[in-house]
Design a binder for this molecule. Structure first.
Ligand SMILES: Nc1nc2c(ncn2[C@@H]2O[C@H](COP(=O)(O)OP(=O)(O)OP(=O)(O)O)[C@@H](O)[C@H]2O)c(=O)[nH]1
Ligand SMILES: [Mg+2]
Length: 231
């Protein structure tokens, strides 16, 4: 890939090298942060059970079975921290994890949306919980909206994205299970999803492709989460 410069721009190799070095340091800071203390705090079936909003929060949202709990585990390098399962509807409450000692941020593993097979009243309860949390949590710094790399954006994802746009809650689209498709297909899906992200005001322009299985994209995701918490 070549980088093109406008006529009036000067290519400054020193500035480019400095920026690359700063990014390497930030990646290393993020790696250290998540390899330090990470602890399960509590499960909140309703908003009233959430901890005091005293540190930044980053939430993992997405359709049921997209890989939210698995990604949280991969991000923190701890298998089994958040419970993942092949059965959709595994995560039923807002599961809260404290990161750092002293605590610098919280990760929120959310129930999935768009899961049609669960009993109607249960789905309604999850939906209420998800929407109330996403719209009303003052310390929520960014929502990671997870999208299965094989399937791309579905109607229910676009619905959540539009809701977040309206509520002015910043979010980033993260493709999951990138190990399950060929690199060419992944590139095509990324381009399509990126084009749609550009039309949503609260969406972060950069899309991340990840795999909890292989660890692909995890250094970038750690950096994105740490940076979002500091913003
Ligand atoms: N191959 C592959 N499988 C994955 C990946 N991430 C998750 N899975 C699998 O996908 C299934 C669902 O993963 P979960 O992490 O439980 O998904 P979830 O989004 O938390 O699901 P709910 O809590 O039910 O909404 C599990 O069988 C995981 O092992 C990945 O990156 N690659
Ligand atoms: Mg889950």
């Amino acid at each position: 890939m070549s980088i093109e410069f406008a006529d009036d721009e000067q290519f400054d190799p020193v500035a480019v090298a400095k920026a690359a070095k700063a990014r390497d340091w930030a990646i290393e800071d993020a790696r250290r942060l998540f390899s330090g203390p990470v602890e399960f705090k509590l499960s909140a079936p309703e908003l009233q059970f959430l901890p005091d909003p005293d540190v930044p929060e980053i939430a993992f949202a997405g359709r049921s079975n997209v890989g939210k709990s698995s990604l949280l585990n991969a991000l923190t390098g701890r298998q089994g921290l958040a419970r993942a399962s092949n059965t959709p509807g595994r995560t039923q409450e807002l599961n809260i994890f404290d990161v750092g000692e002293p605590r610098v941020l919280r990760l929120i593993d959310m129930p999935g949306y768009g899961y049609a097979e669960a009993p109607k009243d249960l789905v309604a309860r999850w939906k209420r919980l998800i929407l109330d949390y996403l719209r009303g949590r003052v310390v929520l710094k960014r929502v990671l909206v997870l999208v299965d790399a094989r399937h791309g954006l579905k109607a229910v994802d676009l619905e959540i994205m539009t809701m977040l746009d309206k509520a002015a809650v910043s979010y980033q689209l993260v493709l999951t299970k990138s190990d399950k498709i060929k690199p060419t297909a992944l590139t095509a899906t990324m381009a399509g999803v990126e084009a749609i992200a550009r039309t949503h005001v609260a969406a972060f322009p950069e899309i991340l492709a990840t795999s909890a299985e292989t660890g692909a994209g995890m250094a970038e995701l750690r950096l994105a989460v740490m940076t979002a918490a500091q913003s």
